[in-house]
Design a protein around this ligand. Structure first.
Ligand SMILES: Nc1ncnc2c1ncn2[C@@H]1O[C@H](COP(=O)(O)OP(=O)(O)OP(=O)(O)O)[C@@H](O)[C@H]1O
Ligand SMILES: Cc1ncc(CO)c(N)n1
Length: 564
């Protein structure tokens, strides 16, 4: 036997190991900051969270009301209780509060010598309340020298470096670079507190190397605890063995989603918390193995268009509104299919993917993944269209499907030439994702193996729903990151091709038997759902791509140069 193995499962099918991460911080009974935020963030980032409390804080989304600091001896007892028993893969410190607390934690760290220490030098809360005694600031500054990486906001960076508050990102990066070179500690510079449209987190290494992770600013007041959450997620990903670049990209991207959905939690009336659990709930919903179509979604025999019935109420019983189709159905069968697919079509229009593509906040790695899968999809789609050409007998249909197949192959070639071939858009020739493979094999199998009308119904949503997304696109500024790509949705040739496909389906459904019509309606609705999955899949891929398993946490040359 040789060691060659021709089937390689993607590492994403294996569960990564769970880093053991300790947060040392103050409390927030309203759950948005401090130890509560840390534990939620560590869990969200894939770690096992533990918590040592430095101070009890009576606070909510409006601010801090009162503070109680237990005796330092008791803090030391908590620290020892954990470290005597549990191996810690990463430690994160947040609110330390007093010089005595700082000294207690420092003494414990002297014994422990942890591999990863992320210090969030908490000084002032979002609400403006002090969380560190002014006389303890210099002790905190000295404490930061112990860190693997520190995560100050702009104001804390000024205290750390003894400089005036930076007015712009360049100035903050300058301050941080000088301090990092002098201390040997890496810094994450966060521009959340600056008035910029893009919020950038930049990892600065003592050797001057920089890793910048930009994200779009969310217009929200739900930013209570963002600093706690970022530093905890970062510690967890580093503890898991991620490189600084991968860890920061993951933490920033996850936090962006959490901030975006924070307001919907409706927690408090001040600066609300972020939704730490949004990503987990989204992925859990996406992983459901519930069938897409219920057995009674389409009658066994479809005699008339009305047999498809009113659009079904959603899971929560709400009535489904039918969106106006941008391209009008040419007859009653396509009109009934449009109405039957309303829920899925609305879900696509409202999807996080389409929203992020349009507002420009879609992370670059998700966009690159989407483009690469789209090229693979177009190739499979072209084969299904060519199958319909082969199965057509009237000349006009033969010409139409052949041209549609050519059109899909031309688009695929343009994707490769214009987008995927550039250094910006990542790897060439990736493998199809499970979602892409399921959709393309469904199309080809339906186009080849079912009645022709059913094949035509299966390929239709790709035309119609794409045209729908294109018609709904607002004008975007020229500096929008995806402006050029969004333009491709507005191609008038595509609109004409879609109108012709609609006419084909209307004629096929009218001529088909009731049983074939029912199969056609099922194929149409199934393809609509595949479309939703296809868009959504790009938001299920980790930054750093199709994700290698974390490197072994033992040898961490990328953290070299830091004080540890
Ligand atoms: N409005 C926003 N839009 C997008 N991202 C944001 C926004 N506000 C904060 N962030 C993210 O949160 C991170 C931390 O934010 P910030 O710089 O405000 O930290 P902080 O002041 O330490 O937080 P806090 O004191 O509220 O816990 C930022 O680096 C950024 O990734
Ligand atoms: C306990 C605690 N730590 C940190 C912050 C910063 O947001 C806060 N509000 N409360």
């Amino acid at each position: 036997m040789t060691s060659s193995c021709h089937i390689q499962f993607s590492p994403s099918s294996a569960l990564p190991s769970v880093p053991r991460v300790l947060s040392i911080a103050g409390t927030d009974p309203s759950g948005g900051a401090g130890t509560a935020a840390d534990l939620k963030s560590i869990t969200a980032a894939g770690g096992y969270g533990m918590s040592v409390v430095t101070a009890l804080v009576a606070q909510n989304t409006h601010g801090v009301r009162d503070l109680h600091v237990p005796p330092a001896d008791f803090l030391a007892a908590q620290l020892r209780a954990v470290s005597d028993d549990v191996t810690l893969d990463a430690i994160k410190t947040g609110m330390l509060g007093t010089a005595e607390i700082i000294a207690t934690v420092a003494a414990w760290l002297d014994d422990l010598q942890p591999t990863i220490l992320v210090v969030d030098p908490v000084m002032v809360a979002t609400s403006g309340d002090r969380l560190l005694q002014p006389e303890a600031e210099q002790a905190m500054v000295a404490f930061c020298r112990r860190a693997t990486v520190v995560t100050p906001n702009i104001d804390e960076l000024a205290v750390l470096t003894g400089q005036p508050r930076a007015a712009a990102e360049d100035e903050a990066l300058e301050q941080a670079a000088r301090w990092s070179a002098e201390t040997g500690v890496a810094v994450v510079v966060k521009t959340g507190h600056l008035d910029t449209l893009t919020v950038t987190n930049t990892w600065l290494s003592p050797d001057g190397a920089r890793i910048a992770v930009p994200s779009t600013r969310v217009d929200t007041t739900s930013t209570h605890g963002t600093g706690c959450s970022l530093s905890s997620a970062l510690a967890t990903r580093l503890g898991r063995g991620d490189s600084p670049a991968a860890a920061l990209a993951w933490a920033t991207d996850w936090l962006h989603e959490s901030i975006t959905h924070g307001a919907a939690l409706r927690v408090g009336s001040g600066h609300g918390p972020v939704d730490h659990g949004h990503r987990a709930r989204r992925l859990q919903a996406a992983a459901s193995s519930a069938p897409w179509l219920m057995p009674d979604a389409v009658p066994h025999l479809l005699e008339t268009p009305a047999g498809l019935g009113a659009p079904r109420a959603g899971d929560d019983g709400h009535k489904v509104a039918v969106p106006a189709p941008a391209l009008a159905p040419p007859g009653p069968w396509t009109a009934a299919l449009w109405a039957a697919g309303a829920e899925t079509n609305t879900a696509i229009a409202d999807s996080d993917f389409v929203r992020a593509l349009v507002d420009g906040s879609l992370p670059q790695h998700a966009f690159a993944f989407y483009l690469a899968q789209d090229a693979l999809y177009l190739n499979g789609y072209a084969r299904a269209l060519a199958a319909l050409a082969a199965r057509s007998t009237d000349p006009a249909s033969q010409v139409y499907w052949s041209q549609a197949a050519t059109g899909a192959l031309t688009e695929e070639a343009e994707l490769h030439r214009g987008w995927l071939g550039t250094a910006d858009h990542g790897a060439l020739d990736p493998a199809p994702s499970p979602v892409t493979a399921a959709y393309t094999t469904f199309l080809l199998a339906t186009a080849l193996g079912e009645d022709r009308a059913v094949g035509v119904a299966a390929v239709l949503p790709c035309f119609w729903l794409y045209a729908q997304v294109g018609a709904a696109l607002p004008a975007v500024p020229a500096d929008h990151p995806y402006a050029a790509w969004l333009d491709t949705y507005r191609d008038p040739g595509f609109v004409t091709a879609t109108e012709q496909a609609l006419a084909q389906l209307e004629a096929e459904m009218a001529a088909a038997s009731p049983a074939v019509r029912a199969a056609g309606a099922r194929a149409f609705l199934t393809a609509c759902r595949h479309e939703l999955e296809f868009f959504d899949q790009a938001l299920r891929i980790e930054p750093g791509g199709e994700a290698a398993l974390p490197a072994a946490a033992t040898n961490r040359p990328e953290l070299a140069g830091s004080a540890r």
